[in-house]
Structure formats: structure tokens, C-alpha cells
Design a binder for this molecule. Structure first.
Ligand SMILES: NC(=O)c1ccc[n+]([C@@H]2O[C@H](COP(=O)([O-])OP(=O)(O)OC[C@H]3O[C@@H](n4cnc5c(N)ncnc54)[C@H](O)[C@@H]3O)[C@@H](O)[C@H]2O)c1
Length: 382
């Protein structure tokens, strides 16, 4: 094992679209370093490796590498559980893209395996660590809107087949607006309000097939295997209840506030939890909106042009840095498997509730992750 490198060495399995965000993020980090990447096709790993100056390995060689402490699982949702299981069985900590698994049962088994082996599981999204979402958390915890009573979370568009180079997985088990995008919203709601106790939902498939319009697969037909419109209510242990609308069947809408929380003493407007930054707003009884300052918190400065052309703060993989530092100092990490497991149970229950016409009660719970301290960069985790 190398002792000269003070950075935690990381491996990556899965070299598709999102791997660039992780490889770029790691290149900026003084605390972690990607040693190698692997994919089903070695050529895909070689292409990324050459671009980012890391090694390309077979999956077997990566799993066996004694220097690598944590492996990031960037495969498609259907493969998450199996690949994470292999990582844990190889004696490594795993940090997975969301969802933790394509279904709750597999995710629970994974958490049990990791616990038996004394290994950590971390999971995206880590966007709730962003300055905007942490500023909301700080305001709520300080009682700025009194006791949270209700809220609304909305994410609606017309899907992913117009931009992603290989969008089929978005419409298969583990995908859909609920499991693909829902984790950003529910994770931030749990960060703000704590765990959920029961949910009710209505779920439907808006279009049985989708036609890819992005390149290189333009014209390909995808059979839709997951709900694409869901409307739900979430009942939090704290007593707050929140409506949640997630759809990929909507051409245009005017519900422009991604997350709103209504309290006894005011209202909080949160920014899009798919990103880290933007200014949240708050109003007191009968008052006007006021901007909440995010300036003293890390991970809020815009650093990437989004698909709609706007500049956004995107520090994806900062949850991994927190996990690496948490392992070193033996403290809990924030973007944890326990949090992701609870969020997955909530999201899966929306479809279960729709089928049964019943509320579904959660079997899991989780602690709210520790707030991110004020600071300007990743050193807040060191
Ligand atoms: N694309 C995005 O903007 C984005 C953003 C956030 C999160 N994510 C999440 O990241 C994950 C990957 O998304 P993507 O867009 O990079 O997908 P992608 O299809 O572009 O890439 C997936 C990669 O996983 C590999 N793979 C698939 N099955 C595998 C297996 N069984 N073993 C090993 N490797 C396997 C593929 O070869 C490919 O390299 C998904 O869970 C997605 O929800 C994607």
C-alpha cells in the first residue's frame, strides 16, 4: 500500500456521461485522487483515462488494487446493486450514483452486507451539501419560518431522450422521474425536515414509447417501463406534509419554485436541488421576499454551463470527499447509504401506494446529515 500520497485513492467503475463530472471534480481536489477507472468495455475506460491522466484497468484489476480505498459506482441504475456488492466483497468502501439500487430490497441487502463487513456506503445526490441548500437548512434550524407545516416539491419536463447520448436506462427499472430525479428533491426535503413516516401517490405512464432525438441514437424507440408522471403527498415524522410532483410528460409549466416550505412564521423558497447554488428566498408574515445569503458557505459559486445555457454551481462528488475525510477521522459521512436507503424507500412507495390505493408506511428512518460548516471549499471536510 502506498504511504507517500496523503490523498485518499479512488477507483471508478462506469465511464459514461457522468464520469466526466467526477473526474473533473477529483482533479480539483487536494484530498482525494482518482487512481484508475474501469468499464465494461476497456476502450471506454482507456478513453477517459487518457483524457484525465489516470490509469485504465479491467474491473477485476480495479477491485483487486490494494491502493484503492473507495470505488465510485457510475454504472446504470439496473447494475448499481450488483456492482456495489462486488466492490464491498472486494473489501472497498463504495460511493454510488443514485439510486442506491434499482429497488429497495436490493439496496437493503447491500447495506446489510456493508454493515457486516464494516465498510462504508455513500450515495449521490450530494447536491444538498451545496451553499443554497445548506443556507435553507440553516434558516430552518434557526427558526426563521417557525415550525414547518407544509411544502411543495416540483420537477417536471419532457424527459431525457432529447439530450442524453444513451437515454434508454432513464425509462427502465431504476429510472423514470421518480427514481432518477426524485432523489435530489427527497434528499433535500429530508435534509430540511427529517425522515418521512408515510406516503401516498398516484403514478401513471404518459407515453408507452419514447423516440430518441439526441445523437447518436436518434430515431430509436424506447419502450417505457416505469411511471413518468407521479403526484404524491409525503408525511414527515416532524408533522410537516409536502406535495411532490414529478413528471417527464410535461412540455411546459409555470410551477417555477422547485422546493417551497411553509412554516408558522413564514415561507422558504429553495433553489433547484439538482445543482448546488442559486439564491434561496424567505418571507416573514405579511413581508416581502428577502434573499438568503449563501456567500459564507462552500459549493455555491457557479462553475459550469448547464444544458439551458445558465451558469450553475456543480460540485458533484463533494459527498465522496466528505466520505473519504469521514473515514479518516472516524465520523459519520453526510451523503450516506442510510439516507439514500430511506429516500429510495420513500420513492418506491409512491408507486406501491398508487397500485394499492393506500398510504404506505416507511420501515426505515435516518438522521438528518450534519450541516456543512461555513468556509470556502472542500477543506471544511478535512
Ligand atoms: N448523466 C447525467 O447527467 C447524470 C447526472 C447525475 C447522475 N447520473 C447517474 O449516473 C449513473 C450513470 O449515468 P450516465 O449518464 O453516466 O450513464 P451512461 O449510460 O452514460 O454510462 C454508464 C456506464 O456504466 C457502464 N456499465 C453499465 N453496466 C455495467 C456493469 N454491469 N458493470 C460495469 N459497468 C457497467 C457502461 O459501460 C457505461 O460506461 C446513473 O445512475 C445516472 O442516474 C447521471
Amino acid at each position: 500500500m502506498s504511504t507517500s500520497n496523503p490523498k485518499t485513492l479512488i477507483g471508478i467503475i462506469g465511464c459514461g456521461n457522468i464520469s466526466d463530472a467526477y473526474l473533473k471534480g477529483a482533479a480539483r481536489s487536494g484530498l482525494i485522487e482518482v487512481k484508475a477507472c474501469a468499464a465494461l468495455r476497456l476502450e471506454a475506460a482507456q478513453a477517459k483515462a487518457a483524457r484525465y491522466g489516470v490509469q485504465a484497468m479491467s474491473i477485476e484489476a480495479l477491485l483487486a488494487d490494494p491502493d484503492i480505498r473507495i470505488i465510485i459506482n457510475l454504472t446504470v441504475p439496473m447494475a448499481h446493486a450488483e456492482v456495489s456488492r462486488q466492490i464491498i466483497n472486494a473489501g472497498k468502501h463504495v460511493y454510488s450514483e443514485k439510486p442506491l439500487a434499482a429497488n429497495f430490497k436490493d439496496a437493503l441487502a447491500l447495506m446489510q452486507l456493508a454493515s457486516a463487513k464494516g465498510l462504508r456506503v455513500g450515495c449521490a445526490p450530494d447536491t444538498f451539501l451545496g451553499a443554497s441548500h445548506q443556507a435553507c437548512r440553516r434558516a430552518l434550524d434557526a427558526g426563521a419560518i417557525g415550525r414547518p407545516l407544509g411544502g411543495s416539491a416540483v420537477v417536471m419536463s419532457h424527459g431525457m431522450e432529447n439530450w442524453h447520448p444513451n437515454p434508454e436506462f432513464f425509462y427502465k427499472t431504476g429510472g423514470g422521474p421518480v427514481l432518477d430525479i426524485g432523489p435530489y428533491y427527497i434528499t433535500q426535503l429530508v435534509n430540511l425536515l427529517g425522515p418521512v413516516q408515510r406516503v401516498a401517490g398516484l403514478a401513471s405512464v404518459g407515453n408507452a414509447t419514447r423516440t430518441v432525438t439526441s445523437e447518436p441514437l436518434s430515431g430509436r424507440i424506447i419502450e417505457v417501463g416505469v411511471p413518468t408522471t407521479v403526484n404524491a403527498v409525503l408525511d414527515f415524522v416532524s408533522g410537516a406534509n409536502v406535495s411532490f410532483s414529478a413528471s417527464w410528460d410535461v412540455w411546459k409549466h409555470n410551477r417555477t419554485s422547485p422546493i417551497e416550505i411553509y412554516g408558522t412564521e413564514g415561507t422558504l423558497l429553495g433553489a433547484d436541488p439538482n445543482f448546488f447554488g442559486n439564491t434561496p428566498r424567505l418571507c416573514k408574515p405579511n413581508g416581502d421576499w428577502q434573499d438568503l445569503s449563501i456567500a459564507d458557505l462552500p459549493f455555491g459559486v457557479p462553475n459550469r454551463k448547464a444544458r439551458n445555457g445558465s451558469m450553475q454551481a456543480d460540485y458533484r462528488m463533494i459527498g465522496l470527499v466528505d466520505m473519504a475525510m469521514a473515514i479518516r477521522s472516524n465520523r459519520p459521512h453526510r451523503a450516506s447509504g442510510e439516507l439514500a436507503l430511506h429516500v429510495l424507500e420513500v420513492l418506491e412507495a409512491l408507486e406501491t401506494s398508487s397500485r394499492s390505493s393506500q398510504f404506505v408506511r416507511m420501515g426505515t428512518t435516518c438522521l438528518r446529515p450534519e450541516p456543512v460548516p461555513a468556509g470556502s471549499d472542500e477543506s471544511v471536510f478535512a
